[in-house]
Design a binder for this molecule. Sequence first.
Ligand SMILES: [Mg+2]
Length: 279
Amino acid sequence: MNTPFKLLVFTDMDGTLLDHHTYSWQSAISTISQLKLLNIPIICNTSKTYQEVKQLHFSLSLDSPFIVENGSAIFDSAPKNSNNNNSATQAEPMHLIGANRTDILDCLALARQKGFKFSGFNDWSVKQVIQHTGLNQTQAEQSAARAFSEPLIWQDTNVKKHEFIHFVEQYQYTALQGGRFLSVQGQCDKGQALKWYAKYYEQQTGQPVLTVALGDSGNDIAMLEAADVAVWIKSEKPFPQLNKIEQVYYSTKPGPKGWQQTMAHILHLYQSNQLVKTS
Ligand SMILES: [Mg+2]
């Protein structure tokens, strides 16, 4: 390798590194292993919670930092030997960008009084979380352990949905549409979190970084715009539109198969010094 840049890979999880239906990453395992060998961090940047990512880190043997709840908070690496025994505990983030969930729930109670119709994690039992997500019991409990956001299912027209988004914005929150849920959170997104960590890494190591971001839906737009190299992973919906035009790649396969396909190509371009810094 003759590149002056350190590559940092930021990836969405659901529908991107994980299959939308089965949550499996197995199709991407050979490129994941290759990145590990090259000491290139795979930084999960996801709507998932701290508890969920910690478990995935354990399964994938990852020890990189990670970003949870749509850019709300950045955590240092989870211990490699972590397991479910201490699932009630949550570490302090190394950097917090988003808002406290209890404050978000206060705003949502007001929205309900105004007649907006939705149903969210706070309204559901673990059994209902399982029905809405297809997760198993443990995963559903980890997913329900939210600290910085509230995912909702919208139960009214699109016009009303836009009125609702405007309503929460008046209270300094945002509502982002992901693959499954409309997520209400602080004024943060995956792109701000990517930029913060890339800058932090450069300051800590003195090495310039080149960022890659992989995603599959609307809540990934900010992350892909913020990265030097953007990758859209094919999903059932059309690819969202980006303002960024340089170094944008599109997978022809969905989920981890598409991740494997595009990431292997980008790694080749990186190793032959064909990628440039655009951000
Ligand atoms: Mg996704």
